[in-house]
Design a protein around this ligand. Sequence first.
Ligand SMILES: [Zn+2]
Length: 213
Amino acid sequence: MYFFYRSFSDKIWPRGCISCVCRLETTEDFLCSTCLDHLEAAIAPRWENVTACASGYSWLDFDTPIVKNLMHQVKFGHVPDIARFLGALYAQRHCRPDVDALVPIPLSKRRHFERGYNQSEWICKGLSDVWRLPILTKNLVKAHRPAQAKQNKSQRFLNQNGAFSLIQGLPAGIRIQLWDDTWTTGVTLNEAAWTIQAAQPITIHARSLTYAQ
Ligand SMILES: [Zn+2]
């Protein structure tokens, strides 16, 4: 019934692939099969070293055209649904983790206002659509700092130093996955995890959807 409705609505309001904008088939969602193949080819998981965390892991190679394109739309194109789609795809390809909640890396109030949403939170929404894990967004906050992309490694470290605060304690003994959109130097996830550990030692697994070389 759903596909009948969709094939009918696709004829009237054709949907486009979010990457190459070609027309989607009734059975396709967000990406056409060619772009989905390109995305599959960008899957190159990497274990990361995050000292404050029990584990660190990132999934997609940012330096592939399809991932760059999608993440650009997520961050600057006002299309948070792509982050949700990618989060759900990640969750479909990984077992439900042995954690109690997902915590997205927060944006500063100013950045959140400018963008209108937090992309890491939308990744978590996609994960939660599949894993049914709660998302905690009220505990960790971030002060405004200049954009990381314009800085070198040591500037990034200083820039993030003291940027996060835990304004609301987490439930005792909770195990979390801490989520960022892109792993570059690991400074952001590390700093956020140290902030949580200093206030309240818990089990944290750092996760990032993509990584840049
Ligand atoms: Zn496409």
